[in-house]
Design a protein around this ligand. Structure first.
Ligand SMILES: NC(=O)c1ccc[n+]([C@@H]2O[C@H](COP(=O)([O-])OP(=O)(O)OC[C@H]3O[C@@H](n4cnc5c(N)ncnc54)[C@H](OP(=O)(O)O)[C@@H]3O)[C@@H](O)[C@H]2O)c1
Length: 422
């Protein structure tokens, strides 16, 4: 009979307890012990050896694999110790990988162990391993997705129930979709970590997360939702990474997270509530989309246990590391600045309802080489102001910024929102 694979689990919260439950039928896998913060907390699962010091597991010679489902950056030194002690790692920790993945992967390579992290991006959706294995023949031109369930839930509720951002955030908190401090989700940090990880594997480059442009959804109003709908769009928080050439013709990556108006005829527009989706465009495969639960006890445990079983299957054959599980690249991507990106834009403008205002906006667009796709005044407001909607054709971000500065020089024009269009 094959040798049992022995695990140490750091964290017995939502995901950790799911992992223990899902592992129960696998009698060739043994949980040697688990680490938690609070030893006296009541849990749904029983573990014979519980510690509040995760280094006990990292230093335990009986353990083959550390399953890190605690989260945060505090476990960085624990994982380094475990790797130096020749333990393989399975982690769901997107922030740690996005910030310190390079150091951890280098250390893992030096110590002949692997780091598996399917659950770190899009929870239950298999995406990391498929990119590294079934899609490995491809050269990708872009990865785009809805990678944060909380924000997608809030935006869906705003759209369907015509409620404000704040009302929908409260509803998401009541239902447990959003944390008490929702910053990580609503300001786009969570999606930023995930697109950094996806860019790393799709484009075989290391990513500097400090160079990723990030904007959250707190500035989206129900009026923007309504207007977007009238013009044939939905508003989604999109994480995007695409190959392009910079102004000097050098290949670079355009990586960012921000809300976008997504045309209703694109598949990403149909992704509702807490569902996640990842769209890849590559050659020879073309466009492929992965959709499913981006979080939750069992979907996330499905990915974590899948990683554990992948390591187990390797142990059973010849003990060598699967080539696709190893990180092979060490050079950093040339990441383009948001000012140099090209987009179409939706602008919601509040202006005095005076003759010539639309003309001034049109002239400012012309001055910065911005072609218009649409310019429309939505009647006259009670305070005699006008709401004017502009949708542009593709132009440089730096040009739209100059154009906005230019029109706002006249006191009667204010650009209240600017959203990029997909
Ligand atoms: N929840 C999801 O659906 C989901 C989806 C995808 C990825 N993830 C990722 O999975 C990880 C875990 O998420 P979660 O939702 O399960 O978190 P959680 O419910 O807050 O659980 C965290 C667990 O880690 C333990 N812990 C925290 N710091 C620790 C430390 N220094 N030493 C030992 N144990 C420690 C906590 O102990 P106590 O119980 O004693 O407090 C708790 O059991 C995170 O990286 C998260 O981003 C989660």
């Amino acid at each position: 009979m094959d040798k049992k694979l022995k695990l140490g689990i750091i964290g017995l919260g939502t995901v950790g307890q799911g992992v223990v439950k899902v592992l129960s039928p696998f009698d060739d896998i043994e949980i040697v012990g688990a680490a938690v913060k609070n030893l006296s907390k009541k849990r749904d699962v029983e573990i014979k050896c519980l510690t509040d010091n995760p280094f006990d597991l990292a230093n335990n010679v009986d353990i083959d694999v550390i399953v890190e489902v605690a989260g945060g950056l505090g476990v960085y030194d624990v994982l380094k110790t475990a790797i130096k002690n020749k333990k393989h790692i399975v982690t769901a920790n997107k922030e740690l990988l996005a910030r310190h993945g390079s150091e951890l992967f280098d250390l893992a390579r030096e110590n002949d162990v692997i780091i598996m992290y399917e659950a770190a991006v899009a929870g239950g959706i298999p995406i990391i391993y498929p990119i590294k294995s079934s899609l490995s023949a491809n050269s990708f031109s872009s990865v785009a997705g809805i990678l944060n369930g909380t924000t997608n839930y809030i935006l869906t509720k705003m759209e369907e129930d015509n409620l404000s951002y704040h009302d929908c955030l409260l509803k998401a908190q009541e239902l447990g979709y959003a944390e008490t401090d929702p910053t990580g989700d609503v300001e786009g940090y969570d999606a930023m970590y995930k697109i950094a990880i996806l860019s790393n594997i799709a484009f075989n480059k290391r990513i500097d997360i400090d160079k990723i442009y990030r904007e959250g959804i707190s500035n989206i109003s129900s009026l923007d939702m309504k207007l977007a709908d009238e013009f044939g769009y939905k508003i989604k928080l999109i994480a995007l990474s695409k190959k392009m050439n910079d102004l000097s013709g050098n290949e670079c990556l355009d990586i960012r997270v921000h809300p976008m108006l997504v045309s209703k005829n694109k598949s990403l527009a149909d992704i509702k509530n807490a569902t996640n989706a990842v769209m890849l465009d590559g050659f020879p495969v073309g466009e492929v989309m992965f959709v499913g639960a981006g979080a939750g006890e069992f979907p996330t445990a499905s990915s974590v246990v899948g990683d554990i079983l992948t390591i187990k299957s390797e142990f059973n054959s010849n003990g060598e590391i699967l080539p696709m599980t190893v990180c092979h690249h060490s050079d950093y991507a040339n990441q383009i600045n948001i000012e140099d990106t090209i987009n179409c834009y939706y602008l919601r403008i509040k202006a005095a309802n005076t003759p010539g205002t639309i003309g001034k906006i049109g002239l400012a667009c012309g001055k910065y080489n911005i072609n218009l796709s649409c310019i429309l005044q939505k009647g006259v407001n009670d305070d005699r102001s006008a709401t004017i909607i502009v949708i542009t054709e593709e132009c440089y971000e730096k040009d739209i910024n100059l154009m906005i500065k230019d029109v706002e020089q006249t006191s009667e024009v204010r650009v209240l929102n600017r959203i990029r269009v997909m």
